[in-house]
Design a binder for this molecule. Structure first.
Ligand SMILES: [Zn+2]
Length: 454
């Protein structure tokens, strides 16, 4: 299929898209009432709802989610018998952080060196504009060939889980044959990429008790068991010498078979200091997308300032374990718990408390939806083929949708390529990426409808 009429339409719609993104970025829609007035989020939600109504969406509604924010929903019926595709974006944004470090005001979309700068330009207000552009181009070229549901979340960045709980309580609402999450990004500008896996996560708190109370290190040190020393030894048991994660029973040798992440590029992206080695084994992609990774994210211990010569009676740590695709997060939780109990030294009393868990995700990249996306990307990015990358983190809503609609294919695409610097100061979007990904999405919807008719 040629991209030509769709691409020409979207090219002609780009000035309007820029004006709309300017309006949308101007809302200071940080979903944290302690930092920004709620009215900013409400105004952004109203803008999104109006935009959907203007495109002919029905049942447009501001959904009051249990975390006190609003997600915007709309439904655009397609031809009889056509499949339903859910398009996801979020209209809330990260706080601007250090405003003085922005080269232009964070809530004023500003063009500079061929990119559009502004908080949320890529993550994820641009994602909503991408959905609009794709639908407009299809309307101008014969019509939208599928039924479309749009959901624009109001608190993705806060991680308060409102939409997840709402979706669980209203399981019919977001039901679809295929789901496009417009909130990830190409591996780099110009390289069309679908994120096909997400690591899951389990979060545990471990407490060690060894004494009835703290003791003087001069009087008792050397024989009395120090809970902090026990904790240091226990946490060290979670890593091999080379830094690989070693949880008893949890394999860490899976190989990533998609796009590779060159080591030099990773070192630069991760801002690793000269002379400091990466940890783990295998390729970078193996380590961050296909294998478990443990991180000690907090330790309760006396701070250096004000430290006294004491042995600690008790110590506590919080441990995050990223769970690779193909593993069950609950099983990983059990293995990590058993490991912590088994490796606590000196008979220290161990208690382990689970404080969070999310399943990993892996898409079926041989499905009709992925085939349709691959063809769309090849047409929208001449000379390139679709790449599949993973994501080390999790998108909790993705797991919710995967659990609610196990038959639905989920594709993650979006504008957050590395240069977009999402979540940092001077976030920006590439207008070329917005244009090409909108073409991609339009062609995807058409290819997908065709595949279902065939
Ligand atoms: Zn986002």
């Amino acid at each position: 299929m040629t991209a030509r009429p769709i691409a020409a339409t979207i090219a002609s719609l780009m000035p309007r898209a820029k004006a709309e993104l300017t309006e949308l970025v101007a809302f200071q829609s940080v979903a944290d009432p302690a930092q920004f007035p709620r009215s900013e989020c409400e105004a952004a939600a109203d803008w999104v709802a109006d935009a959907l109504r203007a495109e002919g969406f029905q049942d447009v509604a501001l959904l009051d989610t249990p975390d006190g924010t609003q997600s915007v929903y709309g439904f655009l019926p397609g031809p009889a018998g056509a499949p339903t595709v859910l398009l996801y974006a979020h209209y809330d944004v990260q706080p601007p952080l250090d405003e003085s470090a922005w080269l232009s005001p964070p809530f004023e979309l500003t063009e500079r060196d061929g990119r559009w700068y502004g908080r949320g330009a890529a993550d994820c207000k641009g994602g909503f504009i991408m959905h609009l552009l794709a639908l407009r181009a299809l309307k101008a070229d014969g019509g939208v060939p599928v039924s479309v549901k749009v959901i624009a979340e109001g608190s993705e960045e806060q991680g308060t889980g409102g939409l997840e709980r709402y979706a669980q309580a209203h399981p019919e609402l977001l039901a679809a044959d295929t789901i496009v999450i417009g909130d990830t990004g190409n591996f780099r500008v110009g390289l069309p990429t679908v994120t096909a896996t997400l690591r899951g996560m389990t979060m545990l708190r471990v407490t060690l008790d060894t004494l009835e109370g703290n003791l003087h290190s001069g009087q008792f040190g050397g024989a009395a068991p120090d809970a902090l020393a026990a904790m240091i030894q226990l946490l060290a048991s979670l890593r091999a010498e080379d830094g690989s994660t070693t949880v008893d029973g949890l394999t860490a040798d899976t190989e990533w078979d998609g796009l590779q992440y060159p080591e030099a590029e990773f070192r630069s992206d991760a801002k690793v200091l000269d002379g400091v080695e990466l940890i783990g084994t295998g390729t970078v992609a193996d380590r961050i997308w296909a294998r478990p990774a443990v991180t000690v994210i907090g330790i309760d211990c006396p701070p250096v300032v004000g430290a006294t010569p004491s042995l600690q009676a008790s110590a506590r740590a919080q441990i995050s374990l990223r769970v690779p695709p193909g593993r069950d997060a609950a099983e990983a939780t059990e293995l990590l718990t058993a490991h912590l109990v088994a490796h606590a030294p000196w008979g220290a009393r161990v208690s382990v408390e689970q404080v969070g868990q999310g399943q990993p995700f892996r898409a079926d990249t041989t499905s009709p939806a992925y085939t349709s996306m691959a063809r769309a990307m090849e047409a929208a990015y001449p000379g390139e083929t679709m790449q599949t990358s993973g994501m080390g983190g999790s998108i909790p809503l993705c797991n919710t949708l995967a659990a609610l609609y196990p038959e639905a294919e989920i594709l993650l695409i979006g504008l957050s390529e590395p240069e977009a610097q999402i979540h940092a100061v001077n976030e920006s979007v590439s207008p070329e990426e917005l244009e090409r990904l909108s073409v991609t999405e339009a062609l995807f919807l058409r290819n997908y409808a065709d595949s279902k008719r065939a």
